[in-house]
Each structure stands twice: as C-alpha cells, then as structure tokens.
Design a protein around this ligand. Structure first.
Ligand SMILES: [Zn+2]
Length: 344
C-alpha cells in the first residue's frame, strides 16, 4: 500500500482516507480542514494539492505525495501558480467579500502547469457572511470543473451551514507525543530533548518545533506551563480562600489567553485522575507518570474530578463571553470548595 502523506504529523486515519480518495478518484472538489492553531493545516493542504498532482501517483513504491517529482516540488515550495493560498488581507481580522470576488475573477484563467487549480483559504472561519455567500456560488460549480477548494478553519462551526454542507469537514487529530518526538528528531538539535519539547507542546506541532528550536514564540507557552504547575500545587497545598483568590488573580484577563490556560489546567487534572486510577498511562500534560503521581498524591480523586468539571464549565462560560474579571474569582472559590473547602 502506498504510504500516505509521510510529511504530515498525526491524523493517521485521515491521511489514509484522503490518499485512498485521491487514488480512487473519489476526492471531492471542496473540503473543510479543521484543526487547532499550529496543527499543520496549511502544510497538510499543500500536501493534498501535491498528492492530486503527483506524477508518481501510479507508482506503488513512491509515497503520496512523492515530494520529488516536479509537480510535488513546485507545489510544496508554494511556487506553483495553479495552487493559490489566500487568507485575511494584511492587518485585517476577517476575509471580506472583495477578497473572494478577486478570487472569482482569477477562476476564468485556465491552469498553467497542472490540469486543475487549487484554492487554499486560510482562516476560512474568518470569512464574513457575505464572503461566504460569494464563495458558495463557486462551490456550487457543476461537477467536472477542475477546481479544488481547501478551506482551513480552527472552528468549522463558525461557517454558514450552507458552506459546510458543500465542503465535508476533515478533522485533524493532534499527533501523539511519540509522533511529535519522532518528527523533531529530524530537525537539527539545539540541545533540547525531543520528548520534552513534544510533551510541553501538548500535541501542537508548531509549538513543539518552537520549543525544540528554542524560538522566542515558545516563551509564552513555557511560562503558561509553569503557571499550570503552580496551580496544581495550589490545588494540593492551598489553605485558604484568600490564597485561591489571590492566585487566580494572576491568570490572564484576555479571553483567548485564559482559555488556553484553563484547557492546560484541565489536561493536567485529567493526568491526575488517570494517576489515581493506574500506575502506567501516557500522560498528556506532565512529563512522566511519576510526576503526575507525585502531584496526584496531594489531591483526592473526588476533588480532581470536581475540578475538571469546573474547568470545563468555566471554559464554556468564557466561550459565551463571560468576563474573566467576574469569572475568575467565582472559579477560585468553587475550586476551593471542590477541594474540601473545610480548610481554614
Ligand atoms: Zn510527486
């Protein structure tokens, strides 16, 4: 069987399914690629375009895409004029209808190098409703037209149902720690352990690479991580309501940043719950089972389960725009109570 998308990290089943669709000519003309920031959507989309064009498609020994033929090389290096990536215009948070109209004008040009054209729309969930409606008309093109649309989104639900109904959602699954570590091993080493970088990234390829290559972007993530560890310490050793309130006061006040942090704490709590149940498991947040077990020894199983539920609820409220200023003190007090609350 041909190897499917060896350059993509994670999403093994999805990679196989897409490769089979391409090889069997059952690949549709529009898809929505959904995955969190840093999950490698853009690189995957280019690899899909390369796979569609790959000159070694018929060679069972070559992976799909082969990465070596002229088409693959041109597309993967983003040099092929028939594969275009668009996103929000410089300095804009959304993709407006003008941008989609410009795209539509370029549709009349026939492909130059390939026998199809491919449009990759980054941040598709940031298209205005007008832009989406304009795109919809392009997605409704008669079958047989040689244009492929790959819409990349962090949250497919933000797109109009009419768009979603014409572009099946392909959901990227985050790579495991092992997959990430193996990927990092192919990069030049700067002295950071691949497994460490994979673990602290929590399944985020871009972040794993940033930590491994000691890039500046990794700093925020590492300081978040330190804050999570301190939060877990507070859960174990915090003694008073005041201590909880004061500590939660240090959390970020910006919605997006706070969401990231709450999700990280949630993942740490899941590890703690796992450590309560079994000795050997694959930790998601902590670097080893031992570290998770050591933290778990200071929190009761009931408390850890209650805290997980609280964190999920808080993230949900935050998504619905509850202000962090009122959410955080409430969460601090609920967490304090969940952990027994009978402490002075
Ligand atoms: Zn190729």
């Amino acid at each position: 069987m041909k190897e499917a998308f060896p350059s993509v990290c994670g999403s093994a089943r999805l990679r196989r399914a897409i490769a089979d669709d391409i090889l069997n000519n059952t690949f549709a003309h529009a898809y929505l690629l959904e995955g969190p920031k840093g999950s490698g959507k853009a690189a995957f989309a280019l690899a899909i375009a390369a796979a569609l064009a790959c000159e070694k498609k018929g060679d069972p020994a070559a992976p799909l895409p082969c990465g070596e033929c002229r088409s693959c090389r041109r597309i993967l290096a983003a040099l092929c004029p028939d594969v275009q990536t668009i996103g929000p215009d410089e300095g804009k948070a959304t993709i407006g209808v003008d941008r989609i109209r410009r795209l539509k004008q370029s549709l009349i040009l026939t492909p130059g190098e390939l026998d199809f054209k491919c449009y990759i729309i980054e941040g598709a969930d940031r298209m205005t409703p007008q832009a989406q409606n304009s795109l919809l008309k392009m997605l409704e093109e008669p079958p047989g037209s040689r244009t492929v649309y790959l819409l990349l989104a962090e949250n497919a639900q933000k797109l109009l149902p009419t768009v979603r109904s014409r572009a099946p959602v392909l959901r990227l699954s985050p790579p495991t720690r092992g997959e990430l570590a193996r990927r990092l091993e192919t990069l030049p080493s700067l002295g950071v352990e691949p497994d460490y970088a994979a673990a602290v990234s929590g399944g985020n390829l871009a972040l794993a690479e940033a930590v491994y290559l000691k890039k500046k972007e990794a700093e925020d993530a590492l300081s978040d991580r330190a804050l999570v560890t301190q939060t877990v310490e507070l859960f174990g050793d915090g003694r008073s309501k005041g201590e909880f309130l004061l500590f939660f006061n240090r959390f970020p006040q910006k919605k997006e940043d706070l969401l990231v942090l709450l999700r990280l704490i949630y993942r740490a709590m899941r590890d703690i719950i796992a450590a309560k149940r079994t000795e050997r498991f694959e930790p998601d947040f902590f670097l080893s089972c031992e570290e998770a077990s050591e933290r778990a020894s200071r929190i009761t199983a009931k408390g850890a389960v209650a805290l997980s539920a609280l964190l999920t609820d808080a993230a949900g409220e935050l998504e619905k725009n509850a202000p962090p200023k009122t959410l955080l003190p409430a969460l601090a007090l609920r967490a304090y109570r969940a952990l027994g609350g009978n402490r002075p």
